[in-house]
Design a protein. Structure first.
Length: 148
């Protein structure tokens, strides 16, 4: 496994770990307020808040536009390294926003603003520029391999 795959797999693993932080927050703060029907989709709905904030589309929309990949593919498994870093940050932020009682629609706006700002800062960062010049893959969505 080359360095690119190792770094990407580590970043993807962190998003999966941070997702558990978000699901615990959902369990504690959102689930008690929902009816049985709402409980069936809340985790996917909250994951899609992050997907829309970062990628501009839900997982279902992404699968619809990427039928050639696989029916079971996950938009996050095709994210580039920078997107995964930002996703990690958004998962933590979303958990905190949920705890503060911020409505989902307002969280989406805040998370999207945060994602845009983070991307802007990362791209302007001198360390990022040096690393990207050496490797030229940080913004490439085609370097990602299999799920971990």
């Amino acid at each position: 496994m080359n360095e690119i795959n190792i770094e990407w797999n580590i970043a993807r693993l962190f998003t999966k770990i941070n997702y558990s932080i978000q699901t615990d927050t959902i369990n504690e703060y959102i689930i008690p307020t929902l009816n049985e029907e709402q409980k069936k989709t809340i985790y996917a709905d909250e994951a899609d808040v992050l997907n829309v904030a970062l990628f501009g589309m839900t997982a279902g929309e992404w699968r619809k536009h990427n039928k050639n990949i696989s029916d079971n593919s996950n938009i996050r498994d095709y994210a580039n390294l920078i997107q995964l870093i930002i996703l990690n940050n958004l998962e933590i932020a979303n958990s905190e926003y949920i705890k503060l009682g911020i409505k989902q629609s307002e969280r989406l706006i805040k998370l999207n603003e945060s994602a845009r700002k983070q991307l802007e800062i990362i791209i302007k960062n001198e360390s990022f520029s040096e690393l990207n010049n050496k490797n030229n893959y940080l913004l490439d969505n085609n370097t990602n391999k299999k799920n971990i």
